[in-house]
Design a binder for this molecule. Structure first.
Ligand code: ADP
Length: 254
C-alpha cells in the first residue's frame, strides 16, 4: 500500500540577499513499511524536504500526500525524530513516552496501551521509573523512538537521528531501531550523511544532487537476504559495491 506520495516538490527560500532555491522536482513514493534513506551533500536541501513532509514548511511548488490526503499544515500522524533526543529531564521514562501523546491530545486508552506495549516489547518497561539522565545515550534514543511510535504515525521522519551517538553505540542502536521499525511496519524516511548507515538501513537510497537538490538516482538496496539486519548486511559482498556507487555519485558533485 502506498503511504507517501511526494509530487514535484520545489522550495525557494526568500533570503535577504535574494532567493535560495533548495529543492527542485522532487518526486517519489513510499510503500507501507518501507525505509527510504536520503543522502546528499551538506546544505543541499535534505532537512528542508523533511520539514515539508512534516507539514512544518509549505512548499513553493508541488504536493505531499499521506495515505491519499494532501499534507496541509502540521499533521499529528507524522513522527519526527532529530539528532537530539529531546527527552524531558524532569520526567521519568514512562511520563516522557506519554508526553508525546499528551501534546497531541491522544490520551485515549488505546494509545496509552499501545505506548505501554511498546515499552514492554522493546525492553524499556523495567526502566519506566528512571529519569533520562540515568540512561545511556542509546537507551535514550530508543525511548525517544518509542515516544514517537506511540502516536502510531503513518510516517516516521529521521533527521540524522543517530549522529550524536558514538560509533559503537550507533551500530547497536541502528540495529535495534531497524528491528523495531520492520516489526511495526513503520514507513520511514531517513536523512543521513553516513553512507554505510543509508545502505544498512535502507530499502532504497535516494541520492540528492547539490543545491537545489534533485534526485540524481534511486538506488534499490537488495541483499537477497530476508533476515538482513544493519549489522549483518555490512558483511554482504554487495555492501561495498553499493558504498562505492554512492560515494562516486556524491563525489561527482564536487
Ligand atoms: P541539508 O539538510 O541538506 O544540509 P538544508 O535543507 O538544511 O540542507 O538547507 C538547504 C539550503 O537552504 C541551505 O543552503 C540553507 O542555507 C538554506 N536554508 C535553509 N533554511 C533556510 C531559511 N529559512 N531561509 C533561507 N535559506 C534557508
Amino acid at each position: 500500500m502506498e503511504v507517501l506520495n511526494v509530487k514535484n516538490i520545489q522550495e525557494i527560500y526568500q533570503a535577504e540577499n535574494g532567493e535560495i532555491s533548495a529543492l527542485k522536482n522532487i518526486s517519489f513514493t513510499a510503500q507501507k513499511g518501507e525505509l527510504i534513506s536520503i543522502v546528499g551533500p551538506s546544505g543541499c536541501g535534505k532537512s528542508t524536504l523533511l520539514s515539508i513532509l512534516a507539514g512544518l514548511l509549505k512548499p513553493t511548488g508541488g504536493e505531499v500526500y499521506v495515505k491519499g490526503e494532501k499534507v496541509n499544515g502540521v499533521s499529528p500522524h507524522i513522527g519526527y525524530m532529530m539528532q537530539k533526543d529531546s527527552l524531558l529531564d524532569w520526567r521519568n521514562i514512562y511520563k516522557n513516552v506519554m508526553f508525546g501523546l499528551e501534546v497531541r491530545g491522544m490520551m485515549q486508552p488505546e494509545y496509552r496501551e499501545r505506548a505501554e506495549k511498546l515499552l514492554k516489547t522493546y525492553g524499556l518497561y523495567e526502566f519506566k521509573d528512571k529519569y533520562p539522565s540515568q540512561l545511556s545515550g542509546g537507551m535514550r534514543q530508543r525511548v525517544a523512538l518509542i515516544r514517537t511510535l506511540a502516536i502510531n504515525p503513518d510516517i516516521l521522519l529521521l533527521d540524522e537521528a543517530f549522529s550524536a551517538l558514538d560509533y559503537q553505540t550507533r551500530l547497536t542502536v541502528t540495529d535495534d531501531v531497524y528491528r523495531i521499525l520492520k516489526q511495526e511496519q513503520v514507513t520511514t524516511i531517513m536523512v543521513t550523511h553516513d553512507i554505510p548507515e543509508s545502505i544498512s538501513m535502507g530499502d532504497k537510497v535516494l541520492i540528492f544532487s547539490q543545491r537545489p537538490a534533485e534526485i540524481k538516482e534511486v538506488l534499490e538496496i537488495d541483499f537477497e537476504d530476508p533476515d538482513r539486519t544493519p549489522i549483518s548486511c555490512r558483511n554482504n559482498p554487495k555492501f561495498s559495491r553499493y558504498f562505492d556507487h554512492i560515494w562516486r555519485e556524491l563525489s561527482a558533485n564536487e
